[in-house]
Design a protein around this ligand. Structure first.
Ligand SMILES: *[C@@H]1O[C@H](CO)[C@@H](O)[C@H](O)[C@H]1NC(C)=O
Ligand SMILES: *[C@@H]1O[C@H](CO)[C@@H](O)[C@H](O)[C@H]1NC(C)=O
Ligand SMILES: *[C@@H]1O[C@H](CO)[C@@H](O)[C@H](O)[C@H]1NC(C)=O
Ligand SMILES: *[C@@H]1O[C@H](CO)[C@@H](O)[C@H](O)[C@H]1NC(C)=O
Ligand SMILES: *[C@@H]1O[C@H](CO)[C@@H](O)[C@H](O)[C@H]1NC(C)=O
Ligand SMILES: *[C@@H]1O[C@H](CO)[C@@H](O)[C@H](O)[C@H]1NC(C)=O
Ligand SMILES: *[C@@H]1O[C@H](CO)[C@@H](O)[C@H](O)[C@H]1NC(C)=O
Ligand SMILES: *[C@@H]1O[C@H](CO)[C@@H](O)[C@H](O)[C@H]1NC(C)=O
Ligand SMILES: *[C@@H]1O[C@H](CO)[C@@H](O)[C@H](O)[C@H]1NC(C)=O
Length: 472
């Protein structure tokens, strides 16, 4: 059925597009490619009425030919179905090189076949220069601009990027190199950024070697990030796995992340820009992650948190060879808050720190920040955690005159490495309590006996999303 529909559609396209890329959209060739992907299924928040393959628009999957135009044309063509059951663009088996492209249609799915690899161009000219994000300080001068994300979508409702573990390879090496040599005029592209959108699903993909952060949902709501494998060299910084940024109702589950930076970094804007933008990240669920992050955190909160971070629930996390588990990073000038953070059931092996909080993360967008804008950090819970081969259990430093309060640790069992730090809990400007922790905590966190830290028992709406099986 799908096949027949494609032929009709292909004929229509030949008429539509004239002879451009004619050889690529011949029926026989399209039919052949589609036969190899003729049956597949995936789970998504919604299935779509209309489909097209990248090959219908002149796509060539040889790993060398640029498919930038094919992606842009396909997406432009499919936009007409936005209010008629929606559409999906299928990326068939092959290696599809492309420059940056935008998802411009609501009710849209980008589907990658399991043997599809989208290769991000390494040519800076393939990335338009766009303004910096408003909550980070932007548009005032050139250095506040950035290269557009590789896959970018803004002002959309119901957008899905999924595959049966197909691959998007950011091919970041030249970007990392130029960045370290300070040869770039603008910020490096994120791999996938979805902005000002509602109902977003990014799932069942392998993401490799992003030039910068991998998955960046920003100013969005109802965001699902599920079953991703994210891999970057552990030596490269800024390759954060997933960065929910000023987003509400987010669920991140079953992802495997190896990164030179944080596996997940929860953010909400930077200093005076984030304070003015006032858009928090809240109601975030993080579950069943595996993280390897030798230089950074499994879950970082901040350092850009000026719009506030609230109601984060992280559970059933495995960390291997990571710098810290849950890490709070902030500083005077940030303003905002980090509150109601709940983490439980972490299993960790080889950690530099387990718990880390710093109120002295001094990096600012410019000199315009207000040093009197102090962040509020309160109600932070960590429970049911085990870690082996740990160098230092907890390095907790609040801000002088702005203590972090209601900090709780319960049922925490830490086995130290052969060469541990002498001081295992170093606490300054923090207020809270502990219950059944070993090694024993600092005097600022007295042992309250058997009194477990709280973890919310209510269910968030993002947990009630129903998936449909879309078959073709
Ligand atoms: C995505 O991958 C997970 C883990 O392999 C699997 O359980 C789930 O069914 C997949 N979803 C699909 C194929 O849509
Ligand atoms: C997307 O589909 C829904 C459900 O059919 C429809 O209500 C909505 O108007 C569509 N969105 C757009 C932008 O057409
Ligand atoms: C994508 O959209 C952004 C903002 O809407 C725009 O600046 C950029 O040029 C677009 N990119 C492409 C490849 O059209
Ligand atoms: C341009 O931006 C940079 C970095 O934010 C800042 O240091 C510099 O002062 C700005 N220059 C002007 C003229 O605004
Ligand atoms: C996108 O949404 C934002 C926030 O609602 C709005 O300010 C902006 O104008 C919208 N952009 C477009 C291109 O519609
Ligand atoms: C997806 O592919 C990656 C990379 O090849 C692999 O490590 C991972 O196990 C695969 N995931 C699934 C669910 O098949
Ligand atoms: C323990 O951690 C150290 C680094 O602190 C590492 O070199 C060593 O391989 C780890 N040992 C085990 C058994 O994982
Ligand atoms: C303490 O944490 C461990 C590891 O998560 C768990 O197996 C155990 O049931 C917890 N004990 C209590 C009393 O909750
Ligand atoms: C404890 O933390 C304080 C404040 O961050 C720092 O100045 C001090 O050097 C730390 N002490 C140890 C033993 O790590």
């Amino acid at each position: 059925m799908f096949w027949c529909f494609q032929i009709i559609r292909t004929v229509a396209l030949i008429v539509l597009l004239g002879l451009v890329g004619f050889r690529e959209v011949k029926c026989s060739r399209t039919g052949k490619v589609l036969e190899s992907v003729s049956s597949f299924s995936y789970e998504a928040i919604n299935c779509r009425k209309h489909s097209a393959s990248l090959t219908d628009f002149g796509g060539v999957g040889d790993g060398k030919t640029s498919n930038t135009i094919a992606f842009r044309k396909a997406i432009e063509y499919l936009k007409q179905f936005e209010s008629d059951g929606g559409s999906q663009l299928i990326v068939p088996p092959g290696k599809w090189l492309s420059g940056s492209f935008n998802l411009t249609s609501s009710n849209f799915t980008l589907f990658l076949h399991k043997d599809a690899i989208i290769l991000a161009s390494q040519d800076e000219g393939d990335y338009p220069v766009i303004p910096q994000l408003p909550s980070y300080g932007g548009g005032r001068n050139l250095s506040d601009s950035r290269y557009a994300p590789f896959i970018f979508g803004t002002n959309l409702t119901d957008v899905v990027i999924t595959g049966n573990n197909g691959t998007i390879d950011g091919q970041g090496a030249p970007w990392w190199d130029k960045f370290s040599k300070k040869e770039l005029n603008y910020g490096r592209p994120f791999l996938i950024e979805i902005m000002y959108s509602d109902q977003v699903q990014i799932s069942n993909l392998t993401l490799l070697n992003s030039p910068n952060w991998f998955v960046h949902p920003v100013y969005s709501s109802n965001v699902l990030v599920l079953s991703l494998t994210i891999l970057a060299p552990v030596t490269v910084s800024n390759t954060d796995g997933i960065d929910p940024d000023s987003c509400t109702n987010v669920r991140i589950e079953d992802c495997y992340v190896v990164s030179g930076d944080d596996c997940i970094a929860v953010k909400s804007g930077w200093d005076e820009y984030g304070i003015n933008f006032r858009m928090p990240t809240r109601h975030l669920i993080i579950r069943r992650m595996t993280c390897i992050s030798p230089k950074s955190a499994v879950i970082a909160l901040g350092s850009e948190m000026s719009g506030g971070i609230e109601d984060v629930r992280a559970e059933d996390i495995v960390a291997i060879n990571s710098e810290s588990a849950v890490s709070i990073k902030t500083a005077p000038g940030r303003g905002g808050y980090v509150k109601d953070i709940f983490a439980r059931r972490f299993e960790m092996n080889t950690m530099k720190y387990v718990f880390r909080m710093t109120g002295a993360y001094r990096s600012h967008p410019d000199q315009g920040f207000d040093p009197k804008a102090l962040p509020v950090v309160t109600r932070i819970s960590n429970s049911d955690m085990v870690a082996k081969n740990v160098t230092m259990t907890a390095d907790l430093a609040g801000i002088d005159g702005d203590s972090f309060t209601d900090i709780c640790f319960s049922n925490v069992t830490i086995e130290l490495s052969p060469k541990p730090k002498e001081v295992q809990w170093n606490c300054t400007d923090v207020v809270g309590l502990t219950s059944v922790v070993s090694p024993p905590a600092c005097s600022l966190l007295p042992d309250e006996g058997k009194n477990p830290c709280p973890f919310p028992s209510d269910k968030l709406p993002i947990d009630d999303i129903q998936f449909q099986t879309c078959s073709y």
